[in-house]
Every structure is written in structure tokens, then in C-alpha cells.
Design a protein around this ligand. Structure first.
Ligand SMILES: [Zn+2]
Length: 455
């Protein structure tokens, strides 16, 4: 089965091919066969993309998709309030069905917004049924995902250990790799959402790093926000040679500059959630520090309980925030603004395509429109009021594009959105999601009332 996408501006994000003013992409089955001009159309369905821009599918490297039903709930909370109300409260009220519908609808929203690959950092898995429900939601949505399997963070019940003392369950890793995520080349694959030295004891951290290494999985962990459980833990992990491209650090504000330099040199990747970090109190995003050390900057939405799921917005936030910091530093140090922008728009697009793929260990398969890679492609309708005229396609994509322009979305050669509409319908799912979200919130309120009355 071949599909020829034709008559488009093609932004490949492949340095060898560059941008094509009037280009074509030939897809065969799940892969990109050729990118160029005058490609053979025999036996192919021809899709006329006139007035559009083709870009690689976006990569949202870090999101807790299970929180989709909590939209708006945490928008006015700092990180400390969020930990209390969400992890020790709302999260404990999720049934497997709540996890399923939030994950499926959150993933569909990502596809709708032009994201074709999601780093789903799922840390509300109190039972295997919750885990299986999340994976089912991802698979049914059709999105490509690295399912980061994590662990919940409730208050411990009497006699039980604190979550920071609980090693990542090996049995679950083995069960998933032998079962629903056994295909290591599949559309949904496994990563480990571990606690890391900031959120666990050193013994647990070392166990979890070794576990990920043993199974060849990307290990991702939050770093920052409050006091570290294992101060100095990173030094031990580093000394034991456990750092490399399979290690992904989320946020990272509490790492010092020499650590950052060494970690970047070892290929550790970073996932920054600019808007959420600014909102919740993590500190300024470390985008500039990571790029100064030549590290990999990937970006994520992080929390739909706080912000929108639109990765174009996330990229603009990261770019604008870092330019502001750089411009401010220049004003202070040299008494003037820089001669030119410190970061080009193309680099921002790279963060949400090629570098997102690197952070998820998928750079050989996705991230650019390169022959041989998976056909994960987005067509933007650039003929609309908010994008014309297209004088500089990359800048137009980064600075002007939004959900309104996402016309078509293809994952592994299969369309999931055409002519501005998701294929397969979403109304029933939206109702299911709303019922789930309202019930969880109502249950928390009645529990808090009861607790208040008994005090
Ligand atoms: Zn997060």
C-alpha cells in the first residue's frame, strides 16, 4: 500500500534533505520510502496537499496522560499543593476504567494536536489492572507511545513503607515484556518511570537503574521540586557508570552546572516542561543550560490537569522563556540586547521532533521525514488566516501554527486525522471522560467533608 503526499512545502528536519518548497513524500506501508520531487505515483493513492506544510509528527516526551480527566483541577496549584491534592488525594480514587478513558482520550487529543509520539509517564499504577487499562487506552488511540511504567505516590497506610522505599516491581516489568508490550518494535513499547535519587532512597535508585539497564529500557525520572530524598545520590549513580543515553531526566533544576555538563557529555537526555515548570514553581526551565552543554532538549506537556496539550504552544513557551533569559543576561552583562536571537525557530521545532525522538530512544525510527523511518507525518493547513503568507515555513510552523491548522495526522502510514477531523469519532469517549472526571472530584470532596466532620 503506497500513499504519495504531493504539492506541499516539506519541512523534513533531516539535515541532508532540508526543506522543499514544493515537495513530495512517498509512503509505503508503515515507512517513508522517498522524499523529494517527481516521485513515482504508480500504484499509490495520491493525496494533494496544496496549500499545506508537511512536518514530522510531533513528539511530546513527557506527559502524565492519566490526568486528562483532571483538566483545570490543578491550574491554580503550586507543586506542593499538587502533590497533596493530586498524588495523595485524587490519584487514589482512580479505577482502572478511569485510567483507561483518561489515557485514551488524552492520547487522542495529542493526535488531534499533531503529536504522533507520546512519552506517557504513567505513575498511577496501584494494581496491574490499572497498568493494563492505560496500555489498552494508548493502543486503542493509535498513537505511538513509550509507556513509562511507574508507581503511585499515596500516603503510606500504617505499617506500610513510604513510596520512596519501594523498589520498582521487577515482576511487572517481566509481565509487560512477556505480554502486552512484548513487541520491542511495536507502536507502544515499555520504558521505566522510576523515582530516581530525588524521590527515592539510594538503594531503591540503584536497584531501579540496574533494572532498566538489565532489560534495555529507557529510565526516566523527575529531578527537582523540594528536598531530595538521597542528596548526593547522583554522585554514586555516576560513579557506578549508570549514566548514558538511556537515562532521561525530567525538569532538572536542582542539578548543578558541572553535573549538567557531565550528564550531557554522557548522553543523558532532558525533558523540559516549560509552561508547567513556570506555573508550579520548579524554577526557570533549564533549556539554556542543557543546550549550552550540547545536551538533548526534549519537551513535554507534563500535566493536562494544569495546562493545554498543544505541543506547538509548549515549544513557543520554551523558546520565548529561554530567549527572555538570554536577552536579560545580555542586557545585564553587556548593557544591550544581543545582536541576534540566541535561539532560532528551527531549533525549537527540533526539540519537539528529532530531539524528542532521541529522548525516547526512538531516533532511528521517528523524528524526521527520512526514507526508512516510520511514516509519522503531520499536514498543516497553512492556507488559513493565521498562517498566510508563509514567508519562512519553519518560523510559521513554530510561531503561528495551532490545533486549528492540524489538517491530517498519519502514524506508521495510517491516517488518524483527515480534513481537520479525527477518524473514528470521539463524542462517546468525551462523555465517558467527563463522567469519570466529575465522579473523581465529587468523591474527593465528600471524603474531605467526612474527614473534616470527624476531626
Ligand atoms: Zn512530570
Amino acid at each position: 500500500m503506497k500513499i504519495l503526499l504531493t504539492n506541499a512545502i516539506v519541512v523534513t528536519m533531516d539535515p541532508e534533505t532540508g526543506d522543499l518548497a514544493d515537495g513530495q513524500v512517498l509512503v509505503e506501508d508503515d515507512r517513508i520510502l522517498q522524499v523529494g520531487q517527481d516521485l513515482p505515483s504508480e500504484g499509490a493513492e495520491v493525496v494533494d496537499c496544496r496549500g499545506g506544510i508537511l512536518i514530522p509528527g510531533l513528539v511530546n516526551a513527557h506527559m502524565h496522560t492519566w490526568q486528562t480527566a483532571l483538566r483545570g483541577v490543578a491550574a491554580n496549584w503550586t507543586l506542593l499543593e499538587y502533590f497533596g491534592h493530586v498524588h495523595r488525594g485524587l490519584a487514589t480514587l482512580f479505577s482502572p476504567d478511569d485510567i483507561y478513558i483518561a489515557t485514551r482520550m488524552g492520547a487522542l487529543n495529542q493526535l488531534n494536536c499533531g503529536t504522533t509520539t507520546l512519552g506517557d509517564w504513567c505513575h498511577n499504577n496501584p494494581t496491574p489492572d490499572h497498568t493494563d487499562a492505560a496500555i489498552r487506552g494508548l493502543k486503542e488511540s493509535g498513537i505511538r507511545a513509550l509507556f513509562f511504567h511507574g508507581s503511585p505516590k499515596p500516603d503510606p497506610k500504617p505499617g506500610q513503607p513510604h513510596f520512596s522505599e519501594i523498589p520498582h516491581p521487577r515482576s511487572e516489568v517481566e509481565r509487560l515484556l512477556a505480554g502486552s508490550l512484548s513487541d520491542r518494535e511495536g507502536r507502544v513499547t515499555l520504558g521505566l518511570a522510576i523515582l530516581g535519587p530525588h524521590y527515592s532512597t539510594l538503594d531503591v535508585s540503584l536497584h531501579d537503574f540496574e533494572l532498566a539497564k538489565e532489560f534495555g529500557l529507557v529510565a526516566s525520572m523527575h529531578q527537582g521540586g523540594g528536598e531530595a530524598v538521597s542528596p548526593g545520590g547522583w554522585d554514586v549513580i555516576e560513579d557506578q557508570g549508570l549514566l548514558g543515553p538511556d537515562i532521561n531526566i525530567v525538569h532538572g533544576q536542582s542539578l548543578d552546572d558541572s553535573q549538567l555538563a557531565r550528564f550531557c557529555a554522557k548522553g543523558v537526555t532532558f525533558s523540559i516542561a516549560p509552561e508547567n515548570e513556570m506555573t508550579q514553581g520548579h524554577g526557570f526551565p533549564i533549556t539554556g543550560h542543557v543546550r549550552r552543554h550540547g545536551g538533548v532538549v526534549s519537551l513535554g506537556v507534563d500535566l493536562e490537569s494544569v495546562i493545554s496539550g498543544d505541543m506547538f504552544c509548549v515549544a513557543r513557551m520554551a523558546l520565548g522563556m529561554q530567549r527572555a533569559l538570554d536577552n536579560d543576561a545580555s542586557r545585564r552583562e553587556q548593557g544591550s540586547i544581543p545582536d541576534t536571537s540566541t535561539i532560532r525557530t528551527r531549533e525549537a521545532l527540533q526539540w519537539i521532533t528529532v530531539d524528542g525522538a532521541r529522548a525516547l530512544g526512538l531516533e532511528d525510527r521517528i523524528g524526521s521525514l527520512t526514507p526508512g523511518k516510520q511514516a509519522d507525518i503531520v499536514l498543516l493547513d497553512s492556507g488559513r488566516l493565521n498562517m498566510q503568507p508563509v514567508n519562512d515555513p519553519v518560523s510559521t510552523v513554530v510561531m503561528q501554527a495551532s490545533l486549528a491548522n492540524v489538517d491530517s495526522v498519519m502514524v506508521a502510514g495510517e491516517f488518524h486525522k483527515r480534513h481537520g477531523k479525527l477518524l473514528g469519532g470521539v463524542e462517546e469517549g468525551i462523555n465517558h471522560l467527563a463522567v469519570s472526571g466529575h465522579r473523581i472530584n465529587a468523591e474527593l470532596q465528600s471524603r474531605q467533608k467526612k474527614e473534616g466532620a470527624s476531626q
